[in-house]
Design a protein around this ligand. Structure first.
Ligand SMILES: [Zn+2]
Length: 355
């Protein structure tokens, strides 16, 4: 999930004048990008780890067939936790697993098709993976789960997972969260039936189909006329955490309109230009973070006091110094927020833990 490793070389040695020059050249570069700049996102976006088989999964009985296949692997999720062993997802053979769990008194809530591993993934190509969602955790050491496996949440483990495990954990969390909160038909209120390998819910009463939801949210680095970065934070005024500004896209709004509205609402700053840089799925519970860099001519930021209580401009040198001094903390390397900040910075920002 961290894009930081591919950020451009370190910036620290450059002078404030050079920083201003770089800001201007970044603006000039942004101006040259073509309008249909769809595939060359500025932040590197990882390719998919699995083929989700959106046609194949529609076949009734597909999941049952996969459960009967001894090669199929199961990602097991309970609440927001997955089974981890040796800093990897522990994915046992799916065959017979549901039966062993039932013998322990645990019936799975859902079995959902996650996809088949692609050749570029960290799994053998073609490995089929299903998600088994349990109503609660089961004790490692039972049902064929090794006693040294343990349950872990995404944030606890994401920093050490390989890209394929990360992608699977994210996909599993997203679809599990949707099922947990969309059990009934929004039109008539009756319980819906799961279809298409877990990717559709159908109402047996009015036959309406319901698809997994993703909530788009913009997340933005705002740069002032002098090249400084505007970061904000919520909560107590003396809190140390600062991050990019962010907010949900409203119905009927373009992403760019959302950037302009949200930034103005949160810190009273008028955005004059913005550019899409890349995205990150953040299914906690259902967000898709759409990263932008934006430019303002304003130099005064006024927090709304609700979502944002603190706002502060940083030069590159000031930001790095404040982080190293422990004066502030910024978003972790798991987040697109950090990638956006480091994109502005022009390289990796050192944390105190790095020194
Ligand atoms: Zn209905």
């Amino acid at each position: 999930m961290s894009y930081a490793e591919s950020a451009t070389p370190a910036y620290q040695a450059q002078s404030e004048q050079a920083q201003s020059d770089q800001a201007q050249s970044e603006q000039a570069q942004a101006a040259r990008l073509p309008a249909n700049h769809l595939f060359d996102t500025v932040l590197p976006v990882r390719p998919a780890a699995v083929d989700r088989g959106s046609v194949e999964r529609a076949r009734p009985g597909m999941v049952e067939d996969l459960l009967a296949n001894k090669e199929t692997l199961a990602l097991v999720l309970a609440g927001r936790q997955a089974l981890i062993q040796s800093n990897q997802l522990f994915m046992p053979a799916a065959h017979g697993l549901l039966e062993r769990l039932r013998e322990l008194g645990t019936a799975a809530d859902h079995v959902i098709y996650l996809g088949a591993a692609v050749p570029e993934s960290d799994l053998p190509a073609g490995t089929e993976i299903v998600l088994i969602i349990l109503p609660g955790t089961v004790e490692p050491g039972a049902a064929g789960i090794p006693s040294d496996a343990e349950w872990a949440g995404f944030r606890d483990i994401a920093a050490v997972l390989n890209p394929t495990d990360t992608a699977l954990f994210v996909e599993a969390s997203a679809i599990a969260n949707w099922h947990a909160t969309h059990t009934h038909c929004p039109r008539c209120g009756v319980p819906t039936v799961v279809e298409s390998g877990g990717w559709v819910r159908r109402c047996p009463e009015d036959n309406s189909e319901h698809y997994p939801r993703t909530d788009p949210a913009i997340i933005v680095t705002v740069m002032g006329p002098d090249g400084r970065l505007l970061l904000g934070g919520g909560g107590p005024l003396d809190a140390k955490n600062y991050s990019t500004l962010a907010g949900f896209v409203e119905p009927g709004e373009s992403l760019e309109q959302a950037v302009i509205r949200e930034i103005h609402e949160e810190v009273g700053v008028k955005i004059t230009r913005c550019q899409y840089l890349g995205s990150q799925s953040w299914p906690f519970p259902a967000s898709l973070m759409l990263g932008f860099s934006a430019i303002t001519e304003d130099t005064v930021a006024t927090p709304d006091g609700v979502e944002v209580t603190r706002a502060r401009w940083f030069s590159r040198a000031e930001l790095q110094a404040a982080v190293l001094a422990g004066e502030i903390t910024i978003s972790s390397r798991l987040s697109i927020a950090r990638s956006l900040i480091e994109h502005w910075y022009g390289g990796r920002i050192m944390d105190r833990a790095d020194t």
